[in-house]
Write a protein that binds this ligand. Structure first.
Ligand code: PEP
Ligand code: MN
Length: 390
């Protein structure tokens, strides 16, 4: 059988955001091991999710996608995963109870271990400049520069960790009817992880994967990868995506215009969502393209307070949700749900204090390994606001 090492060469264009693994022999061993590993999810499960997403796309339900920005291997024990699932199930139930419609819980879970980064280096809390953390599947977020070296063996740990997390996810299905079960998703970023896990035309790393804003180039290898799989796939739609590019992505990723195949995850920010989204939704509709539209009110609203860590104001997050629903309604589209970075933990990463403030609010429980997450109360507020509007 042809090994994954050969497959890696066969793509069009150079893949953005791939780690410089630096150890081709170990990488080859790792990708071959993944190639022969059992699939994490089954094709039947992926198809069931797609069927549910198709219903959502027809306006007959909602999707709640959420979880950590970056999942940590060390926070993936059964108790931690059960807490994350409880949050997801609880928030889906808020939507279900408030709308009387189905709400699919879809975790950023069991694979959200690779992070795209805008800068090659970052400053640690201690003020040391080190190579950027790229997710637990690549390097460690520890302050020591040596911990930041990409290590291909981490891809195997990611697979093992995802397997353990999925066991807890499947246990949580017991007694739940089909559309209420939590499925798992992550960004298909690390092609040395995703490609070897292809089985029979499906990405078997997750029930659904999405393409990030930084790797969405229509001619690029990430889009080619997503195009090649039968799962429901998502794409992040940010300020640089023109209406024409959105249409192009929808044609590439959903050539047969199937219901439930393609999700656009809009992350324009609270201001640009008003000016840019109407044209994008309008053009996609005029071209007759079938797309499920989600609002990610997190990634377009990231700011830094002075020299402090990245944060996100609740005000802006809520504003983007409201504006998203209004635009979708005005364009006669279905505001199909939310994509949130959230945790059941009592963190202080997003700020609740309304602006302007005299001095930056303190963030005493700032624990994220990457982007600021909503805590349990904040996530509930965002979901309740959305539910009240739809
Ligand atoms: C993310 O979802 O964590 C992320 C990096 O998003 P985006 O690709 O939209 O920037
Ligand atoms: Mn993020």
């Amino acid at each position: 059988m042809r090994g994954p090492a050969v497959e890696r060469e066969s793509v069009n264009g150079t893949a953005a955001q791939q780690p410089d693994w630096g150890d081709p022999v170990l990488l080859d061993h790792v990708t071959r091991t993944l190639h022969s590993a059992p699939p994490l999810v089954t094709a039947a499960e992926c198809d069931r999710l797609s069927a549910a997403v198709a219903r959502v796309g027809r306006g007959d339900g909602f999707l709640l996608q959420g979880g950590d920005c970056a999942e940590r291997f060390c926070e993936s024990g059964p108790a931690e995963v059960r807490a994350k699932l409880a949050q997801l199930y609880g928030l889906a139930e808020v939507i279900r109870a408030g709308t009387g419609c189905m709400a699919i819980p879809l975790g950023r879970l069991a694979g959200q271990y690779g992070k795209p980064r805008s800068a090659s280096h970052e400053r640690t809390a201690a003020g040391v400049v080190v190579p950027s953390y790229r997710g637990d599947a690549v390097n460690s977020p520890a302050d020591d520069p040596r911990a930041r070296h990409p290590d291909p063996a981490r891809l195997l740990r990611a697979h093992e960790c995802a397997q353990r997390v999925l066991r807890v996810v499947r246990d949580s299905w017991a007694g739940r009817p089909e559309p209420e079960r939590a499925y798992v998703s992550h960004e298909a970023l690390l092609l040395d992880y995703e490609r070897p896990l292809l089985r029979g035309g499906y990405a078997t790393s997750a029930h659904s994967v999405w393409i990030g804003y930084r790797t969405r180039q229509p001619g690029g290898p990430h889009v080619a990868f997503a195009r090649s799989v039968a799962n429901t796939v998502g794409v992040k739609i940010g300020p640089g995506v023109t209406p024409a590019e959105a249409v192009r992505l929808s044609r590439l990723l959903n050539p047969e215009n199937r219901d439930g195949r393609l999700v656009f995850i809009v992350r324009l920010g609270s201001t640009l969502v008003r000016s840019l989204l109407p044209e994008i939704v309008g053009e996609v509709a005029r071209r007759g393209r079938t797309v499920v539209w989600l609002c990610d009110p997190m990634h377009g609203n990231t700011t830094r307070l002075g020299s402090g860590p990245k944060t996100r104001p609740m005000e802006a997050i809520l504003e983007e949700v409201v504006a998203f629903v209004r635009v979708m309604r005005a364009q006669r589209g279905h505001p199909a749900g939310l994509h949130l970075e959230m945790t059941p933990e009592d963190v202080t990463e997003c700020i609740t204090t309304p602006r302007p403030f005299r001095r930056p609010p303190p963030l005493p429980r700032y624990r994220t390994a990457c982007d600021p997450r909503l805590n349990a109360a904040q996530a509930a507020e965002v979901v309740e606001r959305f539910t009240g509007l739809v």
